[in-house]
Design a protein around this ligand. Structure first.
Ligand code: CP
Ligand code: NVA
Length: 311
């Protein structure tokens, strides 16, 4: 039976149950196929989405804006510097005001607390379009891509190699919920936070999957079905980039490392990629890479999310 997700905010992968994730993926797959076959969906006719951006974006902005347009609605791009936020209006007041105009709010922020505050004070659903702690919309697109390519999510071995960052946190929560084994290999001091790992391990017990944190990239990618990486310095960490380049060097995804994975492994990256750092051209442009399908699926997964929560 369909789960009613109307009005639901998604600030974290932890906001979604296993059943809700599958509902989003199934709806996304159906709408994607119908859209590609020429069918038009007007689930959000006359609806509006406010999109607050405190950081740059290519995929998130374009996929949300195009996505709501394809559903018959309209998106407003709100650069944080153009809003009264810049002059000290609070997130809480911004949420209360925007809620009087629009049917949903998507926000990309530095401090995860801003997303939580938006969701607390908004009377319309709030979507996390990336914070310093999580990036749930990315993970829904990633899961849709893996499901399309592998026919399943449960029981796969997923290896994340690199920084224990926002993308890693959401992948860990998502994998544990859905029942996929996740191995994360990060340098010492850059592992995901113990509270993230502890929470995910608790969830994984119920789904029968594993959450393993290691400093050894080979242990993570050994016999993996999926190898995933992300930039070594996230937005806002530019000052640390040089130091991080030295520390993360042994964690580069290159032909030497991927030899340890299954032959038909998928290479994934949320993009943008820093080619020559966390991954080399040969891998990101190679036969196992699905990075552009993954980017495309941001559109389809988010259309499903918007149609389910904003309808
Ligand atoms: N993956 C992702 O969120 O890309 P953008 O920063 O371009 O939105
Ligand atoms: N971890 C990266 C993801 C970009 C989509 C960042 O936060 O910059």
């Amino acid at each position: 039976m369909a789960i009613n997700m109307k009005g639901k905010s998604i600030t974290s992968m932890l906001d979604l149950s296993r059943e809700e994730i599958w509902q989003i993926l199934e709806f996304a797959k159906q709408m994607k196929h119908e859209h590609l076959a020429g069918k038009r969906h007007d689930y959000l006719k006359g609806r509006t989405l406010a999109m607050i951006f405190q950081k740059p974006s290519t995929r998130t902005r374009v996929s949300f804006e195009v996505g709501i347009y394809q559903l018959g609605g309209y998106a407003l791009y709100l650069g944080a510097n153009d809003l009264q936020l810049r002059r000290g209006e609070t997130i809480a007041d911004t949420a209360r005001v925007l809620s009087r105009y629009v049917d949903g709010i998507m926000a990309r922020v530095f401090d995860h607390k801003d997303i939580v505050d938006l969701a607390t004070y908004s009377s319309v659903p709030v979507i996390n379009g990336l914070s310093d702690f999580e990036h749930p919309m990315q993970i829904l697109a990633d899961f849709l891509t893996i499901w399309e390519k592998k026919g399943t999510l449960e029981g796969l071995k997923f290896a994340y190699v690199g920084d224990g960052n926002n993308v890693a946190n959401s992948l860990i929560f998502g994998a544990a919920t859905i029942g996929m084994d996740i191995y994360v290999a990060s340098p010492k001091g850059y592992e995901p936070l113990p509270e993230v790992v502890g929470k995910a391990q608790e969830i994984a017990k119920k789904s029968g999957s594993k959450v393993v944190i290691t400093n050894d990239p080979i242990e993570a990618v050994k016999d993996a079905d999926v190898i995933y990486t992300d930039v070594w310095a996230s937005m806002g960490q530019e000052a640390e980039a040089e130091q991080r380049r030295r520390i993360f060097e042994p964690y580069q995804v290159n032909p030497e490392l991927v030899k340890h994975a299954k032959e038909d492994y998928l290479f994934m990256h949320c993009l943008p990629a820093h080619r020559g750092e966390e991954v080399v051209d040969e891998i990101v442009d190679g036969p196992n890479s699905v990075v552009f399908d993954e980017a495309e699926n941001r559109l389809h997964a988010q259309k499903a999310v918007m149609a389910l929560i904003m309808r």
